[in-house]
Design a protein around this ligand. Structure first.
Ligand code: NAD
Length: 421
């Protein structure tokens, strides 16, 4: 087993490699190796029983040379400063790959939202906002939903910031409900974007999407919309991996292809896909090792593909829809097996790009149709894919490294122009 490295170290390794490959001197690495700013805050909350509890909250902002920081905040018991810093750094490169004018941001509160009532959750959100309010705002840093945070939490967040300012500031946060300035297409955007990537993958790998078998781990927001749009484009979704509170991990398999619209309806009715009738239930180990899969899409969690399951994977292509679904050790194994990996910072950037559209619409007070959102999204993602694929061929590096090269070159060019180096 290789040594477990921290999220910050993992991104630092990518930055170092990219700077070397681009022939950039150490000054660029120095500017990129840590967030520009990290705020650690105490978040006091009055609980329903009248007592006060304090939680620890964080917000990190990394390299804002392109624009304000952008990135979600999560409520989770495992939130740490290192994780928040690493995820903020990731966001800088994701935004730079797609060329949207943002730096990287991330935040979180170390808490267990399952133990909080709705009113406690609201007070926690408002208290966290007040604690980080000096460093956020539409021109400074624009948070968004992440693990265990949703449109309702964004609405409270926006409301509290607007109260501090004395006027409505919808552009302080994205992922809001549509009626409060959210954007059409935002909910589906990450899966829609993964599908744009899958279509480009088929083009460059000379595959016909209508003859392509796909397996997706995770049927949450990203996985379900990826399955829906890929199947609408003719792909056969032969397997979906999931997790259930009673039985743990499992997968649904149907060699003829799962009917994704029926699977959506089933989940809407039952809250789970566990007993979906038109499929065979297999284990997640069997799911990873399926031999009739052309493209495997991890869309659930970080580190889903590790040194244990990577050797069993038979698919020739992996499209990363989750953030960081492949451990560095597994990445090496996959490369040795000749499996081509299309990286997360390219393939799942549809979400942050649609968030960018939400912010633009908030600043203009002028709102777009879902068709306008999707067509703008597609243009940006296709260009990003072509840029990364072109770099992969030109520099003869992995697609992951190519994505970092594209991103870091853009940041470095601006550092030079602005006289930072
Ligand atoms: P989600 O919570 O809606 O869905 C995750 C799904 O994965 C759930 O259905 C859950 O049951 C399932 N799951 C959990 N553990 C599993 C396991 N071990 N095996 C199989 N399935 C498992 O989350 P999401 O918003 O779809 O995000 C998924 C991933 O995509 C995360 O890594 C997230 O950071 C990333 N991402 C999300 C967005 C977005 O817009 N939502 C944008 C970019 C990246």
């Amino acid at each position: 087993m290789s040594k477990k490295i921290s999220p910050v170290e993992a991104v630092q390794n990518e930055i170092k490699l990219a700077c070397e490959k681009l022939g950039l001197d150490n000054s660029y690495y120095e500017l990129l190796k840590e967030p520009e700013r990290v705020l650690v805050v105490q978040v006091p909350v009055r609980m329903d029983d009248g007592t006060i509890r304090t939680f620890t909250g964080y917000r990190a902002q990394h390299c804002t040379i392109m624009g304000p920081a952008k990135g979600g905040f999560r409520f989770h018991p495992d939130v740490t400063l290192d994780e928040v810093k690493g995820l903020a750094m990731w966001m800088t490169f994701k935004c730079a790959v797609v060329g949207i004018p943002y730096g990287g941001g991330k935040g979180g509160v170390c808490c267990n939202p399952a133990e909080l009532s709705k009113t406690e959750l609201e007070r926690l959100t408002r208290s966290y906002l007040r604690a980080i309010s000096p460093i956020i705002g539409p021109e400074k840093d624009i948070p968004a939903p992440d693990v265990n945070t949703n449109a309702q939490i964004m609405a409270w967040f926006m409301d509290e910031f607007s109260k501090i300012k004395g006027y409505n500031v919808p552009g302080v946060v994205t992922g809001k409900p549509i009626s409060l300035g959210g954007s059409y297409g935002r909910v589906q955007a990450t899966g829609y974007g993964v599908t744009v990537a899958v279509k480009k993958v088929c083009e460059v790998m000379k595959m016909d999407i209508s003859k392509t078998n796909i397996a997706i781990q995770g049927f949450g927001n990203v996985g379900s919309y990826t399955a829906l749009y890929c199947s609408k484009n003719g792909a056969k979704i032969v397997a979906v991996g999931e997790w259930d509170k009673d039985i743990g991990t499992y997968a649904l398999y149907n060699e003829q292809g799962l009917d994704i619209e029926k699977l959506f309806d089933y989940k809407a009715k039952n809250g789970t896909i566990l007993n979906f009738p038109e499929a065979k239930r297999i284990s997640l180990d069997e799911f990873w090792a399926l031999d009739d899969v052309d493209i495997l899409i991890p869309a659930a969690l970080e580190n889903a593909i590790d040194e244990n399951n990577a050797p069993n994977i038979k698919a020739k292509i992996i499209v990363e829809a989750a953030n960081g679904p492949i451990t560095p050790g597994a990445d090496k194994i996959l490369a040795e097996k000749g499996i081509t990996v299309f990286p997360d910072i390219l393939c799942n950037a549809g979400g942050v790009t649609a968030s960018y559209f939400e912010w633009v619409q908030n600043l203009m007070n002028f709102y777009w149709t879902v068709e306008e959102v999707n067509s703008k999204l597609e243009n940006i993602l296709i260009k990003a894919f072509d840029d990364v694929y072109g770099m992969h061929k030109e520099a003869n590096v992995s697609l992951r490294q190519a994505a970092y090269l594209v991103a870091i070159k853009r940041l470095a060019d601006n550092m030079k122009l602005r006289g930072w180096v």
